[in-house]
Design a protein around this ligand. Structure first.
Ligand code: DAH
Length: 338
């Protein structure tokens, strides 16, 4: 029996040495140390031994069982260590690699300029109002005193949705909506999209305007001049030269276009300002009595001024952009610059 035990120890030690996985070790444990294994059989045979030999062999058997269990555990630990090292080597992470920067969005230049314009007028007490882009002829033309045969109603400039419905060609329609809905005094700016059938380096079929208007009793042209001067100085620079040039719009009388001194040639004349030294930036005027009549206001009681500017044009002048299409191509290299 002693020989049996020692041979078993020898056999198991050998088998353990060649085991390479946890599962193999589990199998060995059941095979040799389990309830149906040889060790159990040997221990069961103890009762047939002469009385005096039992304690000695019993001791030996227990000792061997303990030793084998210990060996098995050691082997298991070694296999797990090796497994861990192999994994670590395979899954190497290079912690010296620089991290990937999160891509951050930027505001579109038109958003930046629009917000800047809004902030300037809010500083002068104007509130922001929006109006519809799909519009009745009445709000886009008729109530703004466009005569029936005015060229701006021509099919070439205006996108018609139906006989009486257009895509608004300017933000001036917001004047009519606001006046019809409210009682003066009020001062409003209305930024938004407008549409004209026109496309080249300085014209886009969809572009943005900002409309402004103020209605009250006793409004004067000098107040219009004051508000627009503050606006241009805040938007461009405090010493920008300004020129109010007589002009014509159906919905204002008198009307004026506002020019700023050409920032490129400083007034001497260049390609950007077509040799004039001036750059036109907005249209304006005193609201026409016919417009007041169209919305049911008494033109003897109320007076007001209005103005409208193209946002792309202002952004192009501010940032020195020479092609309007750049705003709508969404090229990251362009957009990231603002
Ligand atoms: N609606 C004009 C346009 O689209 C711009 C304009 C001119 C607006 C004079 C006004 C204004 O309010 O008073 O060209």
């Amino acid at each position: 029996m002693r020989e049996q035990l020692l041979a078993l120890k020898e056999e198991v030690s050998k088998a353990l040495g060649s085991a390479t996985t946890d599962q193999e070790l589990d199998k060995l444990r059941t095979r040799y140390l389990g309830r149906k294994g040889p060790l159990t059989t040997i221990l069961r045979g103890m009762k047939d031994l002469p009385e005096q030999e039992r304690p000695v062999l019993g001791n030996l058997a227990n000792q061997i069982k303990q030793e084998l269990t210990g060996l098995l555990d050691d082997r298991r630990e070694k296999i797990r260590d090796e497994e861990r090292i192999r994994k670590l080597e395979q899954e190497q992470i290079d912690i010296s690699l620089p991290g990937r920067r999160a891509a951050r969005g930027v505001y579109h230049p038109l958003t930046i300029v629009t917000r800047e314009i809004i902030a300037i007028f809010q500083g002068m007490g104007f509130e922001v109002v929006e109006g519809p882009e799909v519009e009745l002829d009445f709000y886009n033309f008729e109530a703004l005193n466009f005569p029936q045969d005015h060229p701006a109603r021509d099919m070439q400039d205006t996108f018609y949705v139906a006989e009486d419905v257009v895509l608004r060609t300017h933000t001036s329609n917001v004047q009519i909506h606001t006046m019809k809905a409210r009682t003066p005094p009020f001062r409003v700016i209305a930024p938004g999209k407008v549409y004209r059938c026109d496309s080249d380096t300085t014209h886009s079929p969809m572009f943005h305007q900002v409309e402004g208007f103020l209605v009250d009793r006793d409004v004067s042209f000098s107040q219009l001049k004051g508000v627009l001067t503050v606006f241009c100085q805040a938007l461009f620079s405090p010493d920008v030269p300004l020129r109010f040039r007589p002009s014509y719009f159906p919905f204002t009388e008198p009307s004026a276009e506002v020019d700023i001194g050409c920032f490129l040639c400083k007034g001497t004349g260049c390609r950007v300002c077509s040799q004039t030294g001036w750059l036109e930036i907005l249209g304006s005027g005193m609201i026409h009595p016919e417009v007041f009549r169209a919305v049911g206001y008494d033109p003897d009681t109320y007076t007001g001024f209005a103005f409208g500017a193209g946002i792309e044009r202002i952004a192009m002048l501010k940032y020195g952009i020479d092609d309007i299409r750049l705003f709508f191509e969404n090229d990251q290299r362009f957009l990231q610059q603002f």
